[in-house]
Structure formats: structure tokens, C-alpha cells
Write a protein that binds this ligand. Structure first.
Ligand SMILES: [Zn+2]
Length: 821
């Protein structure tokens, strides 16, 4: 801490009078900062205290609550004059969104985000220290700079870590790695309540923390955004400039200013003798990070990484024999934060001028993305675009030449009523390109994350790109109005979108009986494709069922059609075996870990979140360590998420699972959970092996570059679907799947290959796939179903729930639960 004090001593004189009464975090908390873990509520208390003491310099904004009801909050700090005019400054900054800004703001706006990963815990402590220094020793920086401090983006995860550590720590702490306080229990504090990685969720907004934060972010649009993290205990500090690949929409200025910020940070770190590195890892591509998303909204978005993480505690001896302490970790994050504010303050004018340029779209060539497909899917995409403040329009019939995403070439296309248009003639045009482009252009293929995320595939829509003028009309969401029909004997609705599944779930919870047709039906003028929901009046046992039905239909914007006769014109009659009652299933999922097994917390969390927050259907959570003594007979469906499984695959456990399936159980295995069953007696799933081509000789230095030939970090594959199979009801014959793993399986000999990869040409792959690994996917299984005795097993080789953003994949999971019997 001495070094730090020495550091800011120059600035001390000017603002001493302001600071003399304000308590430092250590004085306020009653312990030297970094010698204890502060609970989230204590951090809030300190921010409250500072705001009370310096109300002319600080404003606190509470912006909601986490799933575990912890407050989300950020502080806005600046000089007294700026805070007096803060609303004016904020609005004048937002003028950049107008193509002809009325005024240009001249203050720098810097947003500092701490602890998005809860167990990367030093940064939340550093946020208090940074607040304190900026208001006291570095007060002069605030003359032309607004600093926004969000002390904790992930309070639930951070408290999970801090509370655990406070419970198990020894006194004094033990720096030997072997000590219990360095071994965080499953699932760790990195993720939020539903175990999502919030630093992968900036664009998708599946979690409440992300959605609420983005609303606030859009109100400010900062020029600089820093996301504070921690990495392995042996790493030196990491700051900007970021690594390649950069997305091509990133401007020269954004690259240059990353360098300028890095240079200033380096100056301070050099003086202190602190090691650091830049530009080797952490690229700027995948749009859902705390560095990239702000970058695509014009900011200088950066990730800073300090050694530490869930293993580090209050102090730990690393492999170089140094004691890495929380005190030091806090100090580094404090210095880099203040140094960043300093660089921004020195360049406030330039930051603003460049910000205007970033958003300007006049004189830029316009492209139009046209989306076509199911109205409900388009509505859903519309809701997503609204959250990002991206403009979109309806259109009318018009013949034009456009590039077709599915055909990967130019075609003649006639726009249809119901299509929507997303033009690049809008201030957020760069974000539009990043989210909608079919393929991302990589400046380098060694990336940290998936290489394809194009929204049309995410939502299962057809897309066209054109530079021709397209007619734009105001978008209106189609609201469905249903009327009671006395002469109807049943109501029906098609099945193809997640809203339909939510509707089903709500009807089941209210004891309304629903059937589905396993074959296509034509009844009167109504055509019901396979999987449609049929609510037959004669089935119902609940009084006022029609009132409930229509109320829920309104809630989920469902269109109900009337059926007037049990006899169908074609396909099965309503009383046929092929029009089956949908049963309320008891569904269980495995979670946790023990010595030999570890469930993927990410996959488990995404399924948990889906059942609880989207489908709103009961899910029973089983702890894997209890597996031997749990009777599976209580359940209709067991989900085994992706994970590492040892003893679950041994003879005893496997026999237990097998006999349960024989008796009628349905098992759903995600990704590596399939390995429990692969090449085992009684199951036909087999791991696909490829002949390794001859080893090439590689220079030591080039080894990681060569490895990318075996590499798949996430790409979209076109797959062939057996649309007659219940697992695929609601889908067409083609589906675009996000593949994030190179584990591949042979097509099933005895079973249904509901989704498979047949041919492999470049039109069918979107994103980067290493050349050597590509062939492995040919004739491989993607979604499989096998009947075993009276039950079933379903294999999801691709993770349809990945980060919960691939909207178009979720119906496979719903089908696997309700439509496979
Ligand atoms: Zn992190």
C-alpha cells in the first residue's frame, strides 16, 4: 500500500481539503483493506457512506436486484460542477445517436465494472479504494471526467465466494495451496445464481443482471469501459491492447487508444516493478463480453486481468514462490483503474470527437438485412432488438436481388408481408453488422471463443442481405385475438416456437388436458402439422376451462383455431392413437460433483434457468453424490447435463439406469454425458474415430498455431433433420446447429438419427473449423433417439442450451420431454 500512496502523492495537495474528512475503506470497514473479504452489503454500505459525505460529487443509482435479491448499483462521480449538470452532460453525450448532433459533449465518460466473475474477488474491494482515491487524491481528474463505478456486476456469485471463504479461512490465513481455503467447492463463485457466465451474456441478456445493466449502459454510453477480472495465480497482470483477432468493425482509433491506455498503465506498473503483459490473449471478437460489446457501441472496451481467482484467498504461494496477496491484487486493480481514468481525462476532447464519428451513418453505404419466417420467431427477435435499441421495420412486397444466407449466394427474392428489415442506416450500425453478418471475418483464427453467432440462425429465420433500397414501414407486433366458439369441439394451435411450449406448460399446470398429433391432419380448412396442440373440449375436467385457455392464449400471444368435427379430411381422426394426450412428466436433473463425477455447472445452470424462468415447469434437482441411493422410479425423465463422469459409467450405476429405462424411463444425455453410454453393452451410441493423418513436424514456437488445425471453438453447421420424428416436431428438414465440441459419434445402428451431418461443403459451415478436424463431422450424429425396452434415451451431441441464447434449439429439449414416450 505504501507504494500506492507514494504514487498518488503528487495529486494529493490540490484536493487535500476535500479528502481530510472522508474515511478510507479501511477506516470505514474497521480492517485494513485486503486483510478480510468484504461482504457485498458492506461494499454497498461504504458507497452509501461516501455518497452521504460527498453528495455534491457522487450519485448512487440502484438499478434492480439479482435473482437472490441483492441490490445492483453503480455510483456516478465527478466534480461538483459536473454533478450539478449531470443530466445535461448525459443527454448531450447521447446526441451522438442523432445523425446531426445538436451539441458535442466535452467530458470523458469512463465506466469501471468490477467482479462480473464473483470469485475474481479482488476487484470489488478495489472498487472501494478507487472510489476513495478518485474523490480525494485524484480529484483533479474529475474536472473533465465522469466516472461510473459498478462495484459488483455479479453480487450473488461474489457473495457465494466471499461468504464461503469467510467460513472456512484459517486465522491467520494459510498461503499453502493445499489448504482447504484454496479449494472452492462446486460450482464456485464465478457465475451468477443460475450459474451463467455473465461475461458471455452482454449481448444475449438471458440473465436479469445483464438485462438491467444494459438499460443503464444505454443511458450513458461511456467512452471507455473496463471489465476487471482475475486469471491464474502464476500470471502477471494483463491490460490493453487486446490480442488479435479484432473484429473488422473496430476502428483505427479504438485500436490506437487501447495502446495509449496500455502505455500509461505500463508507466505506473514499471515504476512499481510489477510485471504485466499485453496483446497475447483475450481477443476482441465474440460480441457478448464486457470488452467487445462496449467496443461495438463505440467505447474503448477492455479486459484487465490480475493474478488470483477462486484459488487465491487472502494469500497463496504461487509457482514462482511468491506470496500473492489480496492486498497486492487490490492495489494493482486500483492503479490500473485510476491510470485509465487519467488517460481518458487527458484525451477527453479526442474521445468525444471520435465517439461522434463512430456513430455517424451519413454518407455511409446502407445495407439492409431482411428476415423472413415464423411470425412468433420474428416477434421474439424484435424484443431482442428493442433491448439493444436497434431499429427495425416492417416492409411490403418488393422484388430485389439479395444475398441469401441459406444458399450462400445472390438470389432474386420478393419480400413478404411479415418480413422485417434491419438497416445499417442507424447509429448502432456496427452492432447491427456484428450481430447479423453471416460469417465473421477473422484477422486471426486463434480466438478465445465461438466464431459464429449470426442472429438469423439463432432465431431460426431466413435471412437476406441487400444494398438495394427496401421499403420501410413502422413495425407492428401481430397481436392475436381469439374468440370463444360454441360450435367448436376442440381448439388447436401449431407447435414451432418457445412461446408454444410456455403455453403448454401453463395449461398443464392448470390441469387442462392437451393432445398432440403425431401425423399431419387436415380438418375442415385447418391444417395441423405434426406436434400441434389440440385442446379437446370433451377431455376437460376443469370448470371454466375455456376462460383459462383464452386467458393463457392471450398471455402467450397464441392463435387458437377451431375444430368442428372429430373426423379429419386427411390424417388421423381426433380419437386416433396418433392424437396422444400429453402427460405431465416428472423431470429430474443431476447436479453437483463428487470424487469421480462432475456435472458441468454451465450446462446444468442453463437447463435449470430454462425450466424455472422460461418454461416455468417443475424440475427436481438431484445431487450426484446421492446417485446410488436415489430411486429413479419416482421420475419419468432424467436429464444428465454435460460433464465429466467416472463412476456413473460403472457397471452398477449403468445397470441401475438401464433397468429404469427398460421400465419406461426417458433419459436425456447432453454432450459428454453421452460418453457414459458410448460403446457400452445395451446402447448403440459409439464414439467416432478418425484415422490420424501423419504427424507433421512443427517448430516449437508454432505449436499453438499448428494446433488450430485440430480446433473448433464454436461454429454453425447445417444439419439434416428427420422432421417426421417427434423429437423434431415443429422443425423443418434443415437446422443450423451451434457446435462447440469436437466430440463426435457414429450414426446409430439401432435408433433414430434425428439430426445428422451429411455433407460437408463450405456452404454448410459458418465460422472457423480447423482443417484437420473438419472431416470428423461428416456422417456424424447430432441428435439421436434410441428405444430401450419400454423407455428411451435421447442424445444431444450439440449443446442446444449453450449460454441459453440459441433460441431455435430449445424446442428440441421440450420435445424430448413431452413428445417422446
Ligand atoms: Zn473473469
Amino acid at each position: 500500500m505504501k507504494q500506492l500512496l507514494h504514487f498518488f502523492i503528487i495529486a494529493l495537495i490540490s484536493s487535500y481539503s476535500i479528502s481530510q474528512n472522508l474515511k478510507s475503506p479501511s477506516e470505514f470497514l474497521g480492517y485494513e483493506i485486503g486483510t478480510e473479504y468484504s461482504r457485498h452489503s458492506q461494499v454497498i454500505d461504504y458507497f452509501e457512506y461516501v455518497t452521504k459525505q460527498m453528495s455534491e460529487n457522487v450519485i448512487l443509482n440502484y438499478y434492480g436486484e439479482t435473482y437472490e435479491r441483492r441490490p445492483l448499483m453503480y455510483a456516478v462521480l465527478s466534480s461538483k460542477n459536473n454533478i450539478k449538470d449531470i443530466e445535461e452532460i448525459r443527454l448531450s453525450n447521447l446526441e451522438v445517436l442523432n445523425d446531426k448532433p445538436k451539441s458535442i459533449n466535452n467530458k470523458a465518460i469512463v465506466w469501471l465494472s468490477y467482479s462480473v466473475h464473483g470469485n475474481e474477488s479482488s476487484s470489488t474491494e478495489a472498487s472501494m479504494q478507487t472510489l476513495y482515491y478518485l474523490l480525494t487524491k485524484n480529484y483533479d481528474l474529475l474536472e473533465n471526467t465522469i466516472v461510473i463505478i459498478d462495484p459488483c456486476l455479479n453480487p450473488d456469485g461474489r457473495d457465494r465466494y466471499a461468504n464461503w471463504y469467510n467460513q472456512v479461512r484459517t486465522m491467520p490465513y494459510t498461503s499453502d495451496k493445499i489448504s482447504k481455503e484454496h479449494s472452492e467447492p462446486w460450482p464456485g463463485g464465478r457465475a451468477n445464481h443460475y450459474l451463467f457466465d455473465l461475461n458471455r451474456d452482454w449481448a444475449w441478456l438471458t440473465q436479469i443482471e445483464s438485462e438491467l445493466r444494459l438499460k443503464e449502459y444505454q443511458r450513458w454510453l461511456p467512452h471507455v469501459h473496463v471489465d476487471f477480472h482475475e486469471q491464474g495465480i502464476d500470471e502477471p497482470y494483463y491490460f490493453a491492447p487486446a490480442a488479435e483477432p479484432y473484429h473488422e468493425v473496430i476502428t483505427k482509433w479504438q485500436r490506437e487508444f487501447q495502446q495509449a491506455i496500455g502505455n500509461n498503465n505500463a508507466r505506473y506498473f514499471d515504476k512499481n516493478g510489477w510485471l504485466y503483459f499485453t496483446k497475447e490473449f483475450f481477443d476482441l471478437l465474440y460480441p457478448s463480453y464486457g470488452d467487445t460489446y462496449p467496443t461495438y457501441l463505440g467505447a474503448i472496451g477492455m479486459t484487465y486481468e490480475q493474478a488470483g481467482g477462486g484459488i487465491a484467498g487472502l494469500g497463496i504461494i504461487n509457482s514462482e514462490g511468491n506470496n500473492l496477496t489480496l492486498v497486492d491484487r487490490i492495489e494493482h486493480h486500483t492503479v490500473s483503474g485510476i491510470s485509465t481514468v487519467e488517460t481518458s481525462s487527458l484525451n477527453a476532447e479526442k474521445l468525444n470527437n471520435e465517439f461522434v464519428k463512430f456513430f455517424s451513418y451519413k454518407d455511409k453505404k446502407t445495407r439492409n438485412y431482411i428476415l423472413n419466417g415464423d411470425k412468433d420467431k420474428i416477434n421474439k427477435l424484435g424484443e431482442f432488438l428493442k433491448k439493444h435499441k436497434i431499429d427495425f421495420y416492417s416492409t411490403k412486397e418488393q422484388k430485389l436481388n439479395a444475398f441469401s444466407y441459406n444458399e450462400n449466394k445472390s438470389v432474386s427474392y420478393t419480400t413478404k408481408q411479415g418480413d422485417i428489415v434491419v438497416p445499417t442506416s442507424q447509429s448502432r450500425r456496427k452492432l447491427v453488422d456484428v450481430l447479423f453478418e453471416r460469417t465473421t471475418k477473422l484477422s486471426d483464427s486463434v480466438t478465445y471463443d465461438i466464431t459464429a453467432w449470426s442472429l438469423p440462425y439463432v432465431y431460426g429465420l431466413n435471412s437476406y442481405l441487400t444494398d438495394k433500397e427496401v421499403k420501410k414501414l413502422d413495425y407492428k407486433k401481430n397481436e392475436k385475438v381469439n374468440l370463444h366458439d360454441k360450435s367448436a369441439i376442440a381448439y388447436a394451435t401449431i407447435w414451432n416456437e418457445i412461446g408454444d411450449a410456455k403455453f403448454l406448460s401453463s395449461l398443464l399446470s392448470k390441469n387442462i388436458r392437451v393432445r398432440h398429433n403425431k401425423k399431419d391432419i387436415q380438418t375442415g380448412n385447418l391444417y395441423l402439422s405434426k406436434g400441434s396442440m389440440i385442446i379437446y373440449k370433451g377431455d376437460q375436467v376443469v370448470e371454466n376451462f375455456e376462460e383459462i385457455l383464452f386467458k393463457e392464449a392471450k398471455n402467450f400471444n397464441i392463435e387458437l383455431s377451431s375444430i368442428y368435427s372429430g373426423i379429419s379430411n386427411s390424417g388421423p381422426d381426433l380419437g386416433s392413437d396418433s392424437v396422444e394426450l400429453i402427460k405431465n412428466k416428472k423431470v429430474a436433473i443431476l447436479s453437483g460433483n463428487n470424487n469421480q463425477n462432475s456435472v458441468s455447472s454451465l450446462n446444468y445452470g442453463s437447463i435449470w434457468h430454462f425450466f424455472e424462468q422460461e418454461l416455468k415447469y417443475p424440475l427436481i434437482h438431484l445431487n450426484i453424490k446421492d446417485f446410488n441411493r436415489i430411486s429413479l422410479d419416482k421420475f419419468d425423465v432424467l436429464i444428465i447435463p454435460d460433464g465429466y463422469y467416472g463412476s456413473i459409467g460403472n457397471e452398477r450405476s449403468l445397470n441401475k439406469i438401464k433397468s429404469w429405462i427398460y421400465k419406461g424411463g426417458n433419459l436425456i444425455a447432453f454432450e459428454d454425458a453421452i460418453k457414459i453410454f458410448s460403446d457400452k453393452e445395451g446402447f448403440s451410441v459409439k464414439i467416432k474415430k478418425i484415422n490420424d493423418s501423419k504427424k507433421q513436424e512443427v517448430n516449437f514456437e508454432n505449436i499453438s498455431r499448428n494446433n488450430i488445425q485440430n480446433y473448433l471453438s464454436g461454429a454453425i453447421f447445417k444439419i439434416k433433420i428427420d422432421e417426421t420424428h417427434p423429437l423434431a416436431f415443429g422443425y423443418g428438414s434443415e437446422y443450423y446447429s451451434l457446435k462447440t465440441s469436437t466430440s463426435t459419434y457414429e450414426l446409430l445402428d439401432y435408433g433414430f438419427n434425428v439430426g445428422k451431418i451429411e455433407s460437408l461443403n463450405n456452404n454448410n459451415i459458418i465460422g472457423f473449423v480447423g482443417d484437420k478436424v473438419k472431416n470428423k463431422f461428416k456422417n456424424s450424429l447430432v441428435f439421436g433417439h434410441e428405444r430401450i425396452g419400454g423407455g428411451n434415451i435421447i442424445y444431444f451431441v450439440d449443446n442446444i442450451m449453450f449460454r441459453s441464447f440459441w433460441e431455435n434449439g430449445k424446442m428440441f429439449l421440450v420435445n424430448s420431454i413431452f413428445y417422446i414416450n
